[in-house]
Design a protein around this ligand. Structure first.
Ligand code: PMP
Length: 407
């Protein structure tokens, strides 16, 4: 009889230290509290609260009926690559051939493919902070070392050229930029980009990954521009990342795309060929319709987000101890909570960090928001305003009350 005790599960070094996202943990706790009957309002979601447009759904149904239910070309159908190329030309002044375009299961897979295809152990990736938490974890999984460079609030949460230049070493492979940004909603204008692009021109070993997934969600007279269109010299070492998740309310369909030099696109296809193969055939057909079909609903949705942005920013700024910069885009507000740090809750707990504050808001005031520290900048918290207006108003009142009763 074999009595040997099986060894405990040992995860690979590659994923040691990478936990389940804190955002998901907060979401799970919120669900648990709701199940206990608490009226928790969750302002943590990273997805639009609109539905996928009907013309897109119809295209998917038609694709199923027409038999588009088999493997497709590994990194995207000819139709979808053509639609992406046309979109990049029409909206971004970017000229990419189909062989320079890669389709994946979400922008997330495109980013993962690019990092896996380029990073050797110990290679460094500069990440403009505050950043979408997945960036750092994806770099680590690919064997790289994330090097966050913080954009201070005084600079509109944008990184400064001198800080970027100091962070670059001979081992730096990428700069990851995201405008408009998750989590801050901050966006770069052409003038904001210029000094950053000049730094990149001085460091030819550094590639630019420009995540433009929130480009359609810009407010007022701000409109998003691709840094690669501003500096064509970078085209040979840039990957433009985008997708249909946020613009077309298609998060569940899992279609994202990247545009870059053919050699990079081919290397990314190698990664995808041995992981997931092609993205869902039906979703690709739906994405063709999203990109080629009518775009007028985008303006309506933008107007609705603009209204909710202003509601949230004004409500937050009216709370003593909380400050909130008015963001240019996305559907997030990134509020400073330095004014509540060090204060004491009615039950006697001292709020030492933004994590403490967010936990207090959830546990005692039924509002779920995400601490800034997990995005690489503290003390802040992120509010997603992709939620019904009534809920937003109630949530803002609860946060105001939560701060009011602090000692
Ligand atoms: N980039 C950013 C900045 C995001 O916030 C997200 C979604 N949270 C993604 C990429 C990924 O989007 P998807 O994989 O759904 O295309």
């Amino acid at each position: 009889m074999n009595t040997a005790v099986p060894p405990a599960f040992r995860p690979a070094r590659r994923i040691a230290g990478i936990g389940v996202s804190e955002i998901l943990a907060i979401g799970a706790r919120a669900v648990q509290l709701r199940r206990e009957g608490r009226p928790v309002i969750v302002l943590g979601a990273g997805e639009p609260d609109f539905d996928t447009p009907d013309n897109v759904k119809d295209a998917a149904v038609a694709a199923i009926r027409a038999g588009a239910t088999k493997y497709t070309v590994l990194d995207g159908t000819a139709e979808l690559k053509a639609a992406v190329a046309a979109k990049l030309r029409r909206e971004n002044r970017l000229d990419y051939a189909p062989t320079e375009i890669s389709i994946g299961a979400g922008a997330k897979q495109v980013i993962h493919n690019a990092l896996m295809a380029t990073l050797d152990d110990g290679d460094e990736v500069v990440i403009a902070a505050p950043y979408w938490t997945s960036y750092a974890d994806m770099v680590a999984i690919a064997g790289g070392v994330p090097v966050p460079v913080a954009g201070r609030e005084e600079n509109g949460f944008r990184i400064e050229a001198t800080a970027l230049e100091q962070a670059i070493t001979p081992r730096t492979r990428w700069l990851m930029l995201n405008s408009p940004s998750n989590p801050t909603g901050a966006a770069y204008s052409p003038a904001d980009y210029r000094p950053i692009l000049d730094v990149l021109l001085r460091h030819p070993q550094v590639w630019l990954m420009s995540d433009e997934i929130y480009e359609h969600l810009c407010y007022g007279n701000f409109s998003a521009v691709s840094p690669v269109a501003l500096e064509p010299a970078l085209r040979e070492r840039a990957l433009v990342v985008n997708g249909v998740s946020k613009s077309y309310a298609m998060t569940g369909w899992r279609i994202g795309y990247g545009a870059g030099p053919e050699a990079l696109i081919r290397a990314m296809a190698v990664v995808q060929s041995q992981s997931t193969s092609n993205p869902c055939s039906v979703s690709q057909a739906a994405a063709v319709e999203a990109l080629n079909g009518p775009q007028d609903f985008l303006a309506e949705r933008r107007a609705s987000f603009l209204h909710r942005r202003d509601l949230v920013v004004e409500a937050l700024n009216a709370i003593p101890g909380i400050t909130c910069r008015r963001p240019e885009g996305a559907f997030y507000a990134f509020a400073g909570c330095a004014g509540v740090i060090g204060r004491t809750t009615p039950t006697g707990a001292v709020l030492s960090t933004d994590m403490d504050f967010c936990r207090y808001l959830l546990e005692e005031h039924d509002v779920a928001v995400v601490p800034g520290s997990i995005f690489g900048l503290a003390p802040y918290f992120r509010v997603s305003y992709a939620t019904a207006e009534g809920e937003l108003r109630t949530a803002m009142a609860r946060i105001a009350r939560a701060v009011e009763v602090l000692r």
